[in-house]
Design a binder for this molecule. Structure first.
Ligand SMILES: [Zn+2]
Length: 496
């Protein structure tokens, strides 16, 4: 069975899910208005990419009738095949620099290969750097002949005013019940599916106004239950697939230092296509409320702070769950229990996860001065001891370099090889950084401070990464950067 969202993707202006958008585009085309730079702005899954592609057809169709593409002429056919060299789709999330825009500019000055007009569709355009925006501005101020720029964004407020003022803007919105029903009915009719009364409404209610979510879950329901669908099956599907990670549960897991469980839950949610932006806001709201009633609890403040910061990484992360993963690694590695008065006797300044990533155990507070150092001479330190004192090592490193401390916090001591400590890291970027001469010195200084002189270390890359599935983006946008590289970029943004 074909994937619904591909099979039923709108190919004509009238097919677009939002009627006012459909009208506006028709009007633009039929009035033969001259436009060379458009902005399509609105929420995820509202049909911006489909509209951009239809615009690409519309400016190239040889047989337009009332602003509608014919779908039959050579140009329409060429675009339909999906491999036209004159339709260029760029994901600004992974091509955000000045050089990317320069390359685009060079391309824009070359005449179209086959079509009337070359069309550049730039997705997530708000992700461009300031310099890249400046370069783009010059391009759209005086666009080369025979080009059209269609910029898409979920965050128009992040686009510089100078650029915005040059763009003809079309606003998208979440689908209303009627829009969503119409969209669903196309598939129901096309696939001859029988729906029990009430079943449709549940699917619509669970779509959050996104046509993409709607089609995706409907597709899965049909794959699972066939073409005669009962209301109870739809209910079952959503109950099973919801898998909400409630903030209360998360708090317990953080308190217990259950980093592995947290990572597994995030991975599972990624597979189910959970909206991590929304999840983050829910969590943020919960911890924020809690913070307001526990003002003395610095841990809550830290969690709120980190969840806010993760919002900034969401847009640059090619892997949706990555920002939350990073936050959770940081929080669970550097924590005292949330909302618990710390008793005077035990002072768990650090809680370090144990070897199997399971239960956290408190370790003693870090030494304050050099005189606290225990000289070990040639005694070989046991790995358990290193695990227990990992918090101390972090504390010893931190004053020298915060990033090195952060890299170590996201790593774990694996074993001792004679006098060499083997540290397991989850990103190649961390390994490279930690093994750089100047950083190596700092780590070794930290080890010396805690265990006496002479301990060296090396890093090994963990077999199982903390980051798993490749990102699932709605559109088949060009993404030249590898996932690994992108993870490094995000890690750079986060850890500095
Ligand atoms: Zn045509």
């Amino acid at each position: 069975m074909a994937v619904f969202h591909l099979k039923y993707r709108p190919t004509k202006t009238t097919d677009l899910d939002l009627p006012e958008v459909s009208e506006k585009i028709k009007k633009l085309i039929s009035e033969k208005s001259s436009f060379q730079a458009l902005l399509l702005a609105g929420p995820k899954g509202s049909g911006k990419t489909s509209a951009a592609r239809i615009l690409a057809r519309a400016v190239n169709c040889l047989d337009l009738v009332d602003g509608e593409v014919c779908g039959k002429c050579v140009n329409c056919q060429e675009i339909e095949k999906g491999n036209s060299l004159d339709i260029i789709e760029i994901d600004a999330a992974s091509n955000r620099g000045i050089d990317d825009v320069r390359a685009l500019k060079e391309n824009a000055y070359l005449a179209p290969v086959r079509l009337q007009k070359k069309v550049f569709i730039i997705d997530e355009v708000h992700m461009l750097t300031k310099e890249a925006f400046n370069a783009l501005l010059k391009l759209i101020e005086e666009p080369p002949e025979r080009t059209l720029f269609v910029l898409c964004t979920t965050d128009p407020q992040k686009i510089p005013e100078t650029v915005l003022s040059r763009l003809l803007r079309i606003n998208f919105r979440k689908g209303g019940v009627e829009d969503l029903e119409r969209s669903l009915d196309k598939v129901i009719k096309g696939e001859k599916i029988e729906m029990e009364a009430g079943a449709k409404k549940i699917i619509i209610d669970n779509s959050d106004g996104s046509f993409r979510n709607l089609q995706k879950s409907f597709n899965e329901i049909v794959l699972e239950y066939g073409k005669k669908i009962k209301k109870s099956q739809v209910e079952e599907y959503f109950a099973k697939n919801k898998g909400e990670y409630e903030a209360e549960e998360l708090e317990k897991d953080i308190n217990k230092g259950e980093i592995k469980k947290i990572m597994d839950r995030l991975e599972e949610m990624a597979r189910k296509g959970v909206d991590f932006g929304e999840l983050r806001l829910k969590w943020l709201n919960f911890f924020h409320q809690k913070m307001l009633t526990n003002l003395e609890d610095l841990r809550l403040k830290e969690i709120v702070e980190k969840l806010v910061m993760a919002g900034g990484w969401e847009k640059i992360s090619p892997i949706e769950q990555l920002p939350l993963e990073m936050v959770m690694i940081e929080i669970t590695n550097n924590q005292t229990p949330i909302s618990k008065q710390i008793t005077k006797k035990e002072k768990p300044a650090f809680v370090q996860k144990n070897k199997d990533y399971g239960v956290a155990k408190p370790v003693s507070a870090p030494p304050l001065r050099g005189s606290d150092v225990v000289k070990r001479g040639s005694d070989v330190v046991k790995i358990e001891e290193i695990e227990n004192k990992w918090g101390e090592i972090l504390a010893a490193v931190k004053p020298f370099n915060h990033s090195v401390e952060a890299f170590l916090r996201a790593a774990r001591p694996q074993k001792m090889n004679k006098e060499e400590l083997v540290i397991e890291v989850f990103y190649k970027f961390h390994k490279d950084k930690l093994e750089e001469a100047k950083h190596r010195q700092i780590v070794e200084k930290g080890l010396d401070k805690v265990f006496g002189e002479g301990m060296s270390f090396r890093c090994v890359l963990a077999e199982k990464k903390l980051v798993f599935a490749p990102p699932e983006r709605g559109s088949d946008v060009v993404k030249p950067n590898s996932t690994e590289k992108a993870i490094e970029d995000v890690a750079k943004e986060i850890f500095g």
